[in-house]
Design a protein around this ligand. Structure first.
Ligand SMILES: [Zn+2]
Length: 483
């Protein structure tokens, strides 16, 4: 930075923000090299969608913008012309023909279930769970299964632009090690269920293991991984046990992940057992006042929507899974209108059958239009918020992720728009919801670390991840054939 002409334009920035670093001797002259603050990374975008000020005239989009990143956090957001003269970056990533935006947040999945992708389709939820999924998991799910399946899931999510996910599955310690290796951000829930399951013999075991897991993780204070308690659902965990989980979650200060009000069968079951609907049941246990990401929430009634709106519970919408298992249509427009924090998730790959948040966004945008008969229902901006800023709030993580703003964690992605199906570009928000695909994502950055660049994943060896998954699947196939 030795050019006199730029001094005036940066002087204001230096004066306001980092005077100590700017060696400007006197007005309009440079006596020595101006040392800008060093940053790890500057990422550019022809369109920088911050997801802040989405209601403003330009949707909060900075054309020809850039983001500076240091120590895993965003330190500056603004026009590229200002950012590049204000910081010296170790690395830069071009934004030519690209949209830069917050990474997508998959609010509900069971990532290791990628290994059961396409294993049993076209069945009702309870039959699918009880005849296929639970017995298969009992037989095949071990630490190796979780490691291989989760690595595959992380590869798929990194390539598709997801940066954070909330996971409920078995062997949470193995899950933590795998997420740590894959570089993603995640909430990992310790699984808890009333009957024997992979890794534990019953409730007491799972409760004890869950508390131990959460305490160990808190001691580690991992920058990307948040521990949680993950009781399966109100129909598989008794109210006494849910109260026990709630107390432990409060004591430890960690969130809860749970399926809630997913299917009509669950609603009937809970009504028969406890004389009330699932959300009311959960509320009566006292769970409204503690952060919880409730997956599905397909069947809250009007009063229950009001309860959720005033609560610390986020509702994670899983439209593909709900359609595939014919669980019903969640009243998402009404929940958003009421002020419920609504996120978006894929559910596991056995009920989706992929972890593609772009597809999930499009399903969310379309499903509610056709079922309400209202083409203005679920506009693209609302859907995009569910996958980013509102999705972060649903996970109680809005202080850290979900928008591109100074002080937030540097979780962001770039998509190339230089493609036939994205040409011409009138409206970035519309394109992202109605036309973009996972394959358009070319860059994935989490906690300031570049995990994929120019479409190539750098954190994992793609071929070996796929090979290991195929090998595991052939073992499962062989065992099934023997049966
Ligand atoms: Zn689920």
């Amino acid at each position: 930075m030795k050019i006199k002409a730029i001094v005036n334009s940066i002087a204001g920035i230096c004066a306001g923000v980092f005077m100590s670093s700017c060696l400007i001797a006197e007005e309009n002259s440079v006596t020595s090299r101006i040392e800008n603050p060093p940053v790890d990374l500057i990422v550019y975008g022809d369109y920088v969608l911050t997801m802040e000020n989405l209601d403003s005239a330009n949707n909060g989009i900075i054309e020809k913008g850039a983001i500076a990143v240091s120590g895993g956090k965003i330190v500056a957001v603004g026009p590229a012309s200002e950012i590049e003269i204000s910081y010296d970056a170790i690395k830069t990533i071009s934004g030519d023909g690209r949209i830069l935006m917050p990474g997508l947040i998959n609010g509900h999945t069971h990532s290791a279930m990628t290994l059961l992708r396409g294993f049993a389709d076209d069945l009702p939820l309870m039959e699918w769970l009880q005849t296929y999924i639970f017995p298969m998991e009992g037989r095949f799910v071990d630490k190796e299964f979780v490691e291989i399946g989760m690595r595959l899931a992380c590869l798929e999510m990194i390539k598709g632009g997801t940066t954070t996910f909330a996971d409920m599955y078995f062997y949470p310690k193995t899950a933590v090690d795998t997420v740590d290796e894959c570089g993603m951000r995640a909430i990992i829930g310790a699984p808890m269920i009333d009957f024997p399951s992979p890794g534990f013999g019953g409730w007491d075991d799972s409760m004890k293991a869950g508390v131990q897991f959460v305490q160990d993780m808190k001691a580690k204070a991992h920058p990307r991984i948040t521990p949680a308690f993950a009781p399966h659902a109100p129909y598989t965990v008794s109210p006494e046990h849910l109260a026990e989980v709630l107390k432990a979650a409060k004591d430890e200060g960690v969130p809860i992940l749970m399926h809630v009000a997913e299917s009509p069968t669950e609603v009937e079951d809970i009504k028969n057992r406890y004389g009330k609907r699932p959300v009311t049941h959960v509320a009566d246990i006292g769970m409204l006042d503690h952060p919880m990401a409730a997956a599905h929430v397909v069947h809250p009634d009007e009063d229950e929507i009001k309860m959720l709106a005033g609560s610390k519970i986020g509702a994670v919408h899983n439209p593909t899974s709900n359609m595939k298992l014919a669980s019903g249509v969640a009243p998402v427009p009404a929940m958003i209108e009421a002020g419920v924090k609504v996120g978006l998730g894929t559910d596991g790959a056995a009920s989706n059958n992929d972890l593609n948040m772009w597809e999930e966004m499009r399903m969310a945008a379309l499903l509610h239009k056709v079922t309400s008969g209202d083409p203005t229902a679920m506009p693209a901006g609302d859907v995009l918020r569910m996958a980013t800023s509102l999705g972060a709030a649903a996970l109680d993580m809005e202080d850290d992720i979900g928008t591109l703003a100074v002080g937030k964690r540097a979780d962001m992605i770039q998509l190339t728009v230089d493609r036939p199906h994205l040409t011409p570009l009138y409206n970035v928000i519309s394109h992202l919801v109605y036309a973009a695909n996972a394959a358009d994502v070319v860059t994935n950055i989490i906690e300031g670390k570049v995990l994929m660049e120019d479409g190539k994943v750098t954190i994992l060896d793609e071929a070996s991840v796929i090979e290991a998954a195929n090998k595991k699947a052939s073992e499962i196939k062989a065992a099934l054939a023997e049966r």
